[in-house]
Design a protein around this ligand. Structure first.
Ligand SMILES: Nc1ncnc2c1ncn2[C@@H]1O[C@H](COP(=O)(O)OP(=O)(O)O)[C@@H](O)[C@H]1O
Ligand SMILES: O=C(O)C1=C[C@@H](OP(=O)(O)O)[C@@H](O)[C@H](O)C1
Ligand SMILES: [Mg+2]
Length: 170
């Protein structure tokens, strides 16, 4: 693992970064931070409200700034799915530790995003979720130090896959 020994989870919305991240932190005896929660507390509102208020471009600028400012040691970081559009944020995560991409088949992801309008996703007007998936997968792959395929797996299995990959990377 890289020097700072943080683990940064990236992936599509619904891939399990937030729910699995806390379990991974327990397994690693690390602390846990969800950058969506950082955005919510600093912007004083729920993510969907912030996204509607700022618009996609300004939301990404805020996400970029807050993630670029993070200084962490021995944390699991659950990021928001849109963070791969933010170059300063990604440069900071590359500096901070090991970036793990939670890869998942589109067909398994789609039923989890039942609340697309109320959860807030950074999308262009007219873009479908399938378009978004196709656009983002190469970006997640590009930034990943480790890719774990979560398709068909529960959290416990994925956490042990990540632990094994991190140990092999040491
Ligand atoms: N491996 C999994 N199996 C079943 N449900 C999952 C799995 N991973 C995530 N989910 C469900 O998908 C939803 C979104 O998960 P979440 O952790 O918030 O994803 P993210 O933070 O990547 O957007 C939650 O309801 C969560 O319980
Ligand atoms: O992928 C996205 O465009 C987004 C994902 C969300 O986080 P999750 O990936 O944790 O759902 C959140 O950051 C924001 O609503 C935008
Ligand atoms: Mg999340």
């Amino acid at each position: 693992m890289a020097q700072h020994r943080n683990v940064i989870l990236i992936g599509m919305p619904g891939s399990g970064k937030s729910t699995l991240g806390i379990l991974l932190a327990k397994a690693l005896v690390f602390d846990f931070i969800d950058t969506d929660v950082v955005i919510q507390t600093r912007q004083h509102g729920r993510l969907i409200e912030i996204l509607e208020r700022l618009g996609a471009e300004q939301f990404c600028a805020v996400e970029n700034q807050y993630c670029a400012e993070l200084e962490l040691d021995q944390y699991v970081v659950a990021t928001g799915g849109s963070v791969i559009y933010s170059p300063d944020a990604m440069a900071n995560f590359q500096r901070l530790g090991t970036i793990v991409y939670l890869s998942i088949a589109f067909d398994e992801l789609l039923p989890r995003i039942t609340d697309m309008d109320s959860r807030g996703i950074v999308m262009q007007p007219g873009q479908s979720f399938a378009d978004l998936y196709a656009e983002r997968v190469p970006l997640y792959r590009q930034f990943a130090n480790i890719t774990v395929d979560c398709t068909g797996e529960d959290h416990e299995h994925t956490v042990s896959q990540i632990m094994a990959a991190l140990n092999a990377d040491n």
